[in-house]
Design a binder for this molecule. Sequence first.
Ligand code: GRG
Length: 306
Amino acid sequence: MTSRKAIRSQSVDGLSAYLEKQRNLIERALSKAVPAASVRPSTIHAAMRYSLLGGGKRLRPILVLAAAEACGAKDPTDVLPAACAVELIHTYSLIHDDLPCMDDDDLRRGRPTSHKVYGEGVAVLAGDALLTRAFGLIAEITPAKRYPLAVLLEETAKAAGSLQLIAGQVADIEAEGRKLSIADVRFIHERKTAALIVLSLRLGAMIANATPGQLKAVTQFGQALGLAFQIIDDILDVTQSSEQLGKSAGKDLKASKATYPAVIGLEASRKEAAKLTRKALSSIKLLGSHGIQLREIGESLLNRQG
Ligand code: GRG
């Protein structure tokens, strides 16, 4: 009889192979999604490519592909423009977040940040250009019956705009050094991190012409998983080294940032992340066996070390 440990390790091997396959697809598509570094003015294109193609887990584009698969998509190439678009938006937000006027960081994805290499002016513009190109990529999607292109564009604009991603960043900046409740920290995390994760899942599902039930399931999955992901990020900032993370560790504490460990402590934060992950997994039960990749990704994020 196969032991439970053996089954778990089979599934870890299966997930690693799946993630590697998806990452290869995504890396190739990302490289084609922005102009070559030789295209004039080459500084801006080199800067865009430096941050975009310089590592990263590719979680958000992987979720776009996995959500589409879970809702019945057969060909991942239909979903790649959306997968690239969310990674471009994510990369823009990282470049801007690292600027001296924001989090002022010099290490990202194990390398010097954009403004350290290209200067602040080009770093700002590289972020702007990635965000703008993301909408061009959304416009390249062949939409499914239930969800016209205008809906995909509107969802993307909303998630990246002043009610979600930017709302989270503003609340985060304004929270520095202030005593916050757990509800305040949750408000920030839901916007700064979960919104883009929810968008990734919804875009994948909508391109696969998801039923309203499937769309609701992946949305609830993303809301719970996105919050858990940021809580784990908060925990790793305290428990891991900069080398392990590829970004500066211990910054949240130094900058008196709004984090779960700062408000409820490490142990309670770990329990909350585990509870949210269980909630995320239970929301996708109705996807049945098609949801296996989403389920395994959700489980693996809880134990990530970087
Ligand atoms: C619009 C300036 C501006 C910011 C928007 C998203 C955001 C607000 C700022 C980004 C900085 C940040 C720490 C966001 C939290 C989300 C998060 C955990 C980002 C890191 O994501 P990973 O771990 O990174 O997926 P990789 O490098 O693997 O892609």
